[in-house]
Design a protein around this ligand. Structure first.
Ligand code: CA
Length: 270
């Protein structure tokens, strides 16, 4: 992705933008992530109180939409891996580097053992909005849900979404929330959703990746991606789940350089 060229302009920021990783959670102790976690400025850790009165007790680094608590700890490592692609710390002599060397990674857990519900996704988007995330990274998907569509419509972030791993044409077999173009009936018709396919190391479409000239916006690396996992380790994983956070990471660099950019302007740059 020619990241070094981008890094001549920006390596991200430890101040902003907040990037919500809506996924299985994150290992909040991962040494290559710990310095780049978003921290809720209004919350005092571990005092058992909802200090900032946002409805969640001790939500210091994020939110579990599943349990509706302030502990978004990862169960299977998927979300930790995505978080590392967006923002594993750079130049610290450890593991990997994210697209952002510095970041504000807001962890929002919506999945248990890799699957979730529209209701949890809706709660996740509400939290991301309330707490000021600029970008969301969504490495999940499935069936259409009207309430979820409305939640995306009403959430002002730029939403980066995985295109899915069925090797389907998404123009024929829709996959949500990654469906996009305006005027395409039945889809989430919003310009602030970006759908990401996966490519391999030769820049070819990954064998598993969904595709679709109308509904998939771009592709990013998603085969054998090395990133952070719970327990302090690093592993390779493959999927459009791994491609999506590359794009969310680039969106983070754009938002760092151009904090006033609209979603449409960010979309154009991507
Ligand atoms: Ca709180």
């Amino acid at each position: 992705i020619a990241a070094p060229q981008a890094w001549e302009k920006s390596v991200g920021s430890s101040q902003s933008p907040a990037i919500a990783v809506i996924d299985t959670g994150t290992d909040l102790t991962q040494p290559d992530l710990i310095d780049n976690l978003w921290t809720n400025p209004g919350e005092i850790a571990g005092n058992g109180l909802d200090d900032d009165n946002n409805g969640v007790i001790d939500d210091v680094h994020g939110f579990s939409a599943v349990a509706q608590t302030g502990d978004p700890t990862d169960d299977i490592g998927h979300g930790s891996h995505c978080a590392g692609t967006i923002g594993a710390k750079g130049n610290n002599g450890l593991g990997v580097v994210g697209v952002n060397w510095q970041a504000q990674l807001m962890t929002i857990r919506t999945m248990v053992n890799g699957s979730g519900t529209a209701a949890d996704n809706i709660r996740a988007l509400a939290y991301a909005t309330k707490m000021g995330a600029r970008i969301t990274s969504n490495s999940y998907g499935g069936e259409y849900n009207e309430a979820e569509r409305d939640a995306f419509a009403n959430s002002p972030q730029l939403h980066i979404c995985a295109a899915g791993n069925e090797h389907n044409d998404n123009d024929v077999s829709p996959y949500y929330p990654a469906q996009r173009p305006v005027g395409y009936p039945g889809n989430y018709e919003y310009d602030h959703i970006i759908s990401v396919a996966a490519t391999d190391s030769r820049d070819r479409l990954a064998s598993f990746s969904n595709y679709g000239p109308r509904n998939v916006d771009l592709a990013a690396p998603g085969v054998g991606t090395l990133s952070t996992v719970p327990g302090g380790g690093f592993e390779t994983k493959s999927g459009t789940s791994m491609a999506c956070p590359h794009v969310a990471g680039v969106a983070g660099l754009i938002a760092t350089l151009y904090p006033e950019a609209s979603n449409e302007q960010m979309r154009t740059r991507l």
